[in-house]
Design a protein around this ligand. Structure first.
Ligand code: PMP
Ligand code: GLN
Length: 390
């Protein structure tokens, strides 16, 4: 049988590729974004309790009500906004499912979604599976700022969605309220929805405040905002996230969600709801926690040949290896795994047409000891190759 791939050019995600390579080569994995430290024991206990109490059958399709209520409470506390847990909040299988469902709900054959390069890798395949195509507008390094004039030029009659990610993975930049105003002005009077990937909403550094589309009255009406307990609770393997959108958009999202995953693991939802009841400010320490790790790793890497760019948010750090090598980031990252025994994430897979750049992404969500070892290995490698320029 001849089988035609729907995504012939799509390989395995770079996160999986690099994590597998790290295992194969016995390298320290500071690539894929996941913590290497334990979750809060109260969260583990809450899960054991939820199972013992019998929360082992299908959860409601939209999500456990108590959890949705806690999320509404959290949004009110963080952004002073009212969200109806019944009609505006849906629990999803990680943020990834929320992104996928929102894209399927909005995009049809021939439609366009505008995304910003470097873009998180889950957006484009989902748009294409829906029959649409992505129009990619670059954020140009080193500042990776939005170019709203360029966005205006790229909007068309077929544009149905703009996907914004702030704090942004992998550029580690954040959108300001002025950026959201510019976006709102551009989509005003057009049939364009916004998909806001806000999974790093609590990880902004140096006193910055997160500008959520939910707190922007004009954007709120046309936005899906996607969040992840994987990030907020240091538990990426729990695969629990949520999407917040006005009732009309939520109805469409749930039409997809109910035939995609139907509902999310029941005991996990109960455990998170209980945990958020006991620790309603679980989010509040994240920025300080990761900023300390950012400062530690930045300090350790200065002068090593892996020059850190200061991240404004996310739990990642970009480093520029340009003084050591002009090799492509994929080749260089592979060499680092083999020779320095450190796995990182190259940036080119986040682009449709990667510009020439020498940046790698490191994950900060690691024990200080892991970050120290990674920095030591990178410094040794840097010292060894300095001057040889390969
Ligand atoms: N969006 C961004 C920008 C991410 O970095 C990630 C994962 N780290 C996700 C979405 C997916 O989140 P989840 O693991 O909850 O599916
Ligand atoms: N979002 C994580 C990262 O950026 C990876 C998630 C995944 O591997 N699906 O590293």
């Amino acid at each position: 049988m001849r089988f035609e791939s729907k995504l012939p050019d799509v390989g395995t995600t770079i996160f999986t590729v690099m994590s597998r390579r790290a295992i194969d080569e016995g390298a320290l994995n500071v690539g894929q974004g996941f913590p290497d430290y334990a979750i809060d024991p109260r969260l583990s206990r809450a899960l054991v309790q939820a199972v013992a109490e019998g929360h082992n059958q299908y959860a409601p399709m939209e999500g456990v009500v108590l959890l949705r209520e806690r999320i509404a409470g959290k949004l009110e506390a963080s952004y002073a906004i009212k969200v109806d847990p019944m009609t505006e909040v849906t629990i999803t299988c990680g943020a990834t499912e929320g992104l996928f469902d929102a894209i399927q709900a909005v995009i049809g054959p021939g439609d366009e979604a505008l995304i910003f390069d470097p873009a998180y890798d889950a957006y484009e395949p989902a748009v294409r599976l829906a029959g649409g195509r992505c129009v990619r507008v670059p954020l140009t390094p080193p500042a990776f700022a939005f170019d709203w004039d360029r966005v205006r030029q790229q909007l068309s009659e077929r544009t149905r969605l703009v996907i914004v990610n702030s704090p942004q993975n992998p550029s580690c930049t954040v959108a300001s309220r002025a950026d959201l105003d510019a976006l709102a002005a551009l989509v005003r009077d057009r049939p364009i929805s916004i998909l806001a990937d806000e999974v790093y909403e609590s990880v902004l550094f140096d006193g910055r405040a997160h500008a959520s589309v939910l707190a922007h009255p004009e954007l709120r009406e046309r936005s899906f905002a996607v969040f992840s307990f994987g990030k907020a609770l240091h538990a990426t393997g729990w695969r629990t996230g949520y999407c917040v959108a006005p009732p009309a958009l939520t109805r469409e999202l749930r039409k997809v969600h109910q035939f995609n995953t139907f509902s999310i693991v029941a005991p996990l939802q109960h455990a998170i709801a209980r945990y958020l009841h006991d620790c309603p400010d679980a989010w509040s320490g994240l920025a300080t926690f990761f900023q300390a790790k950012r400062d530690l790793l930045t300090g350790l890497l200065r002068g090593s040949g892996f020059e850190p760019l200061t991240p404004a948010g996310t739990y990642f750090l970009l480093v520029d290896y340009g003084s050591l090598s002009r090799s492509s980031d994929i080749d260089f990252a592979d060499r680092l795994i083999r020779e320095a025994k450190v796995a990182t994430i190259p940036l080119s897979p986040f682009y449709a047409a990667p510009p020439s750049m020498t940046l790698l992404r490191l994950c900060l969500a690691k024990r200080d000891e892991t970050l120290r070892t990674a920095a030591e290995r990178l410094r040794e490698f840097g010292t060894r190759v300095a001057g040889t320029r390969v």
